[in-house]
Design a protein around this ligand. Structure first.
Ligand code: MG
Length: 454
């Protein structure tokens, strides 16, 4: 080997491989009020979701995946920060932010978008925000380069004279709500034409993926549906035997299919982690437009399983081994997982409630055992340790003014009794003692944030 060859080899060793892929892209698809029982792959007998079923068959489907809260705003704050809402102040008596609320996600909170943007990720939020409309809390203030969607729920800002019962109607007036469609913080349509929202969100998402295919990118896509009032575009309207609720979920499923197909056709599916989940359980008081928690008890607004256990599907073909897992995980794990994939250190001096799911996703390793805490507003209502769940307080999602307190707590074994029907507290004082200890240790770490939902 001559000197020239040696020098050439030395030079080559210092260069990155020519075809090095970018850091992995991350996409979070987030349904609104979709219940545990509303997808084909979670047992719905009436709603057809071939794209999500395929995503689940090709990826990892969670049986025990949780939203961090029982309603919209706290749930979204927790997903983006990896922290229980009590820590950021994004919870309270008013339950969610309203158009006249003064609070919002505090600027000091570090979102997935902010952390990834630091690492050179292109970031976009498409869909419902619901984390504040004031300076400091809006999408472009919280790490997103671009935004397209609604500032809050599609049933807020009702127009004067809207007939009572319109929200849960099977045929709601399309101009009944004055909520605006916004792009990069500016109103582009008011009232937003809700019948084509899912279609337009999807077109934006596909466009973003194609434009940013060189990566890395982070797409956060919190859909407007199936939150009431329920709308679907003409191609989906009247097609499902479950009525407009089924139509809206089937259009959402179509949207997921379009996003995954864009990744496949651009050749970046193997380098993109996609996670699909829901912000809370089904809004049962909406009747036919309320969805289903399957065999789980209660729904949105409650800390029974139906309020917070939701579909959870991870997809990254060639990286995630297809399967089903009963490991306990939550939306608060998405921040540590995304940052680990991006080789970004966790935010310093911040108490996080999530853990990196990578060992489970990519190596089928069990996650560290950890308790899960169920808050309603700023109150701890229940705690799960292993298969055991203790309720210190219970209250149905909507319509029960005061919580019932339980001492000793109610105790259920979620393996043998997933519907929480048989309280076995009297037979297992040792389990209750263990759960009390977990709660004590947890509460010692909680410094409540300044309440934002006043
Ligand atoms: Mg919701």
């Amino acid at each position: 080997m001559n000197l020239h060859t040696l020098l050439l080899l030395a030079l080559l060793a210092t260069l990155p491989p020519a075809a090095a892929a970018s850091k992995p892209n991350i996409i979070i698809l987030f349904a609104d009020d979709l219940g545990y029982g509303d997808l084909g792959c979670y047992g719905s007998p009436v709603i057809r979701t071939p794209n999500l079923d395929r995503m689940a068959a090709e990826g990892l489907r969670f049986t025990d995946f949780y939203s961090a809260a029982e309603v919209c705003t706290p749930s979204r704050a927790a997903l983006l920060t990896g922290r229980l809402p009590i820590r950021s102040g994004m919870c309270g008596d008013r339950r969610v932010l309203f158009p006249n609320s003064e609070g919002g996600l505090p600027p000091a909170e570090i979102t997935i978008a902010e952390a990834l943007k630091e690492k050179g990720y292109a970031t976009m939020q498409i869909g419902k925000w619901h984390l504040g409309i004031h300076e400091g809390s809006r999408p472009l203030d919280q790490g997103f380069d671009h935004q397209f969607g609604l500032p809050y729920s599609n049933d807020m800002d009702a127009r004067p004279g809207l007939p009572k019962g319109s929200t849960g109607s099977p045929n709601p007036p399309h101009d009944g709500w004055n909520v605006a469609l916004m792009r990069d913080g500016k109103v582009v349509e008011q009232p937003a034409d809700q019948t084509t929202l899912t279609k337009r969100y999807t077109a934006e998402a596909v466009k973003f993926i194609r434009e940013k295919k060189g990566g890395p990118f982070f797409l956060y896509m919190p859909h407007t549906f199936p939150h009431v009032p329920m709308f679907a575009s003409p191609a989906f309207r009247g097609k499902n035997r479950a009525g407009i609720f089924g139509d809206a979920v089937e259009e959402l499923d179509w949207s997921v299919g379009q996003v995954l197909e864009a990744l496949r056709s651009e050749g970046i599916a193997e380098n993109t982690l996609v996670f699909f989940t829901s912000d809370n359980g089904p809004w049962l008081i909406m009747g036919d437009q309320g969805g289903s928690a399957g065999l789980l008890k209660d729904g949105k607004g409650s800390t029974w399983e139906g309020g917070m256990r939701v579909p959870g599907i991870a997809w990254m073909p060639g990286r995630i081994k297809p399967g089903v897992t009963s490991q306990l995980a939550s939306t608060m794990d998405l921040l540590p997982t995304a940052l680990a994939l991006a080789e970004t250190p966790l935010p310093k001096g911040v108490t996080l409630d999530g853990t990196d799911l990578a060992p489970l996703l990519f190596d089928s390793k069990p996650l560290p055992a950890r308790p899960f805490f169920y808050y309603r507003g700023d109150q701890l209502f229940a705690c799960r340790v292993g298969e055991w769940k203790a309720h210190f307080k219970t209250q149905t999602g909507y319509g029960q003014p005061k919580a019932d307190a339980h001492e000793p707590p109610l105790l259920f074994h979620l393996g043998r009794d997933p519907s929480e029907k048989r309280d076995v507290a009297a037979e297992h004082p040792e389990v209750i003692a263990e759960i009390h200890e977990a709660v004590k240790q947890h509460q010692a770490t909680v410094v409540p944030g300044v309440p934002q939902l006043k």
